[in-house]
Design a protein around this ligand. Structure first.
Ligand code: 3HC
Length: 325
């Protein structure tokens, strides 16, 4: 339906302008906020950047939950810095989306009302400290795999935001792997916790790349517009190939009986996640969907006095400046 809407919008646009726009994309010239762009391109970017920004913000919840329970002061400081980074990523991305003519309040309202999506992964719980390691290792690892190519995306403000974000994400992935190393080399119980975290988070991490290429609604058009640089399955394969040796190094087992090296394709054959579970999570039925939206709505309501205070202060300053002129 969405793809149809994009097509029908394009049918009312000037074919010459559309052709010139596509030529610019093909020549790898960045599109900037004041440039002409097809309405479908603009809407798709708002959708993708908005969902991405929401993911950064909602993604703070499962990890933020462990700041007060980190096992050492050093781990607490690292986790605190990481969670703050995610807030910063959300802000860069909301700012990039705003250049397309949507307001941050509007995007926030759509998140809070459940109209806009955020990454499926954040609807899974973090039950213990090993999960924080697995989130950094797998979730941030999957995020980087998807986001490094997005540094070359065609929309200038998005591409520039991604360059800053990727620098920080690679630190996030390493801190997660470092936690996993400590756990995997620790006591028998700690090793079991690390394995259990991998067992629970492996398939949800594979889902982060989106549905299979056959089911992906937006890939074809978005790749033509270079909003997206790779298909979902391409990136998922790269993630599996990168992560399997890392698990082996930890002495942990990827929970997939079908995992085998395929010499011909130069990558691993692996089992797909349960796609019915993925679509169910997208519909709002994951283990934490309700909690996540409740937490975001509560934070928004609790922060109303801060926003009101800032607005009143800005208004006062503006009035004082006008009076002095
Ligand atoms: N979670 C939630 N929704 C998902 C999803 C996921 N893992 N994967 C796909 N979807 C949704 C799509 O948004 C689309 O829904 P919509 O039409 O209602 O918007 C639908 O499923 C069909 O999927 P498509 O493959 O057609 O969608 P896309 O072409 O948009 O591809 C994507 C999905 C690969 C996630 C792409 O949007 C993308 O690359 N986005 C930018 C990166 C991003 O959002 N990352 C979030 C990860 S978490 C993060 O960054 C936080 C970090 O700190 C860990």
């Amino acid at each position: 339906m969405y793809a149809q809407m994009i097509k029908s919008e394009a049918s009312t646009e000037d074919p010459k302008q559309l052709k010139e726009f596509q030529a610019k994309i093909d020549d790898n010239i960045k599109v900037e906020p004041r440039d002409w762009m097809p309405e479908g391109y603009r809407k798709t970017l708002i959708r993708q950047i908005g969902q991405h920004a929401h993911s950064e913000i909602v993604g703070q919840l499962p990890e933020g939950n462990w700041i007060t329970r980190a096992p050492t002061l050093e781990r607490k400081m690292i986790l605190l810095a990481k969670v703050q980074d995610e807030a910063g990523h959300g802000l860069y991305l909301y700012a990039a989306a705003e250049t397309l003519g949507v307001s941050r309040d509007d995007l926030t309202e759509q998140l809070l009302s459940g109209k806009m999506k955020y990454s499926s992964i954040f609807n899974y719980p973090t039950l213990n400290w090993a999960d924080i390691g697995a989130v950094g290792w797998l979730v941030d690892g999957a995020a980087i795999m998807n986001q490094v190519p997005l540094q070359r995306t065609s929309y200038g403000p998005y591409s520039r935001a991604m360059i800053r974000i990727c620098k920080e994400e690679s630190f996030h992935q390493r801190q997660g792997y470092d936690i996993m190393m400590k756990m995997a080399q620790g006591t028998e119980t700690q090793k079991k916790m690390a394995q259990d975290a991998l067992n629970r988070l492996w398939y949800p991490s594979l889902m982060m790349f989106g549905p299979s290429d056959a089911e992906s609604v937006h890939s074809t058009q978005n790749m033509a517009w270079k909003i997206k640089m790779n298909t979902n399955d391409e990136l998922r394969q790269k993630f599996v190939d990168q992560t399997v040796p890392q698990a082996q190094y930890l002495g942990l087992t990827i929970p997939d009986e079908n995992l085998t090296w395929n010499e011909e394709k130069g990558g691993y054959d692996y089992s797909d996640p349960d796609w019915s579970e993925f679509f169910d999570v997208l519909k709002g039925n994951g283990p934490c969907n309700v909690d996540r939206l409740e937490a975001r709505n509560k934070a928004w309501d609790d922060g109303a006095w801060v926003r009101d205070g800032l607005m009143a202060h800005a208004e006062k300053k503006r009035a004082a400046k006008t009076a002095a002129e």
